[in-house]
Design a protein around this ligand. Sequence first.
Ligand code: GTP
Ligand code: MG
Length: 149
Amino acid sequence: VEETYIMVKPDGVQRGLVGEIISRFEKKGFKLKALKLFQCPKELAEEHYKDLKAKSFYPKLIDYITSGPVVSMAWEGVGVVASARKLIGSTDPLQAEPGTIRGDLAVQTGRNVIHGSDSPDNGKREVGLWFKEDEICQWTPAQAPWLRE
Ligand code: GTP
Ligand code: MG
């Protein structure tokens, strides 16, 4: 089954948005597999964002992501990667639709409160990068038969 790595960035933690953000994924009906509050070391931030290394904003991005604790999550479900990206909204919060997390809760790309994997392959890669095997729970939510026929 598909999985995605979702992270409340340091601004989201500092602004007290953790509960609100988790709640949106819970209510949608995806399954939480792993969750931790975590101070990201610089090396991990660099590995996570290695595809953006050439960008002018990359040093600022690494400073931002390591500036305070993040909340790391793995969510599972059919179509979860693309659906999570829709729930999150466009990278630039001013372009993000109302109703999305960034559209409702942020005003600037450099403080866009949340990360979501951009493909199923990257979902797997990032969950493996941010979590150890024994931090991931295999379980069956009681509501499963009420979410999918
Ligand atoms: P993530 O879910 O965090 O990966 O965001 P994204 O997939 O919507 O955007 P992308 O992967 O292209 O960029 C990763 C992150 O880098 C963004 O979420 C922003 O935090 C940051 N970023 C991207 N573009 C800019 C920019 O032009 N300026 C600044 N300051 N930050 C940027
Ligand atoms: Mg991205």
